[in-house]
Design a protein around this ligand. Sequence first.
Ligand SMILES: Nc1nc2c(c(=O)[nH]1)N=C([C@H](O)[C@H](O)COP(=O)(O)OP(=O)(O)OP(=O)(O)O)CN2
Length: 129
Amino acid sequence: MFRLRVDDHVMIAHSLAGEFFGPAQNLHGATLAITATFERQGLDEHGVVMDIGVATQLLSEVLEPLRYQNLDEHPDFAEKISTTEVICQHIALQLASALPEGHGLQALEVAAEEHPRARGMVRIELSPA
Ligand SMILES: Nc1nc2c(c(=O)[nH]1)N=C([C@H](O)[C@H](O)COP(=O)(O)OP(=O)(O)OP(=O)(O)O)CN2
């Protein structure tokens, strides 16, 4: 299995409802360092998992609607608690649906570092197109 990882970051605001989250129930900001890892069984005819430029561009485009947004008011997070894990899931699903036809990938993983000691992540299987 081969992997290609690209990164970006996004600044958001949110609050996490429920006693479970303690002071994070209050509105606060976060700069999330995001990595997207694309996995492929074997390499394509160019000897790559996918083009780095395409991967970087895809991640940037998926993050664009989240930049500087208050996720409490964002329609994609309505009825959801925008934890780091949920944000990762959202980004991963958006990336999966934005992949080019015939991508040939097996899986992708999205990780978000909320601060230097905490990182959430999700991995989703893809049907190679
Ligand atoms: N599994 C997760 N746990 C928490 C998340 C998350 O996204 N996933 N997010 C937060 C807060 O948004 C923030 O990152 C940290 O808030 P804080 O109150 O400082 O939480 P801590 O658990 O680090 O510290 P406490 O001792 O609970 O205050 C919280 N958790």
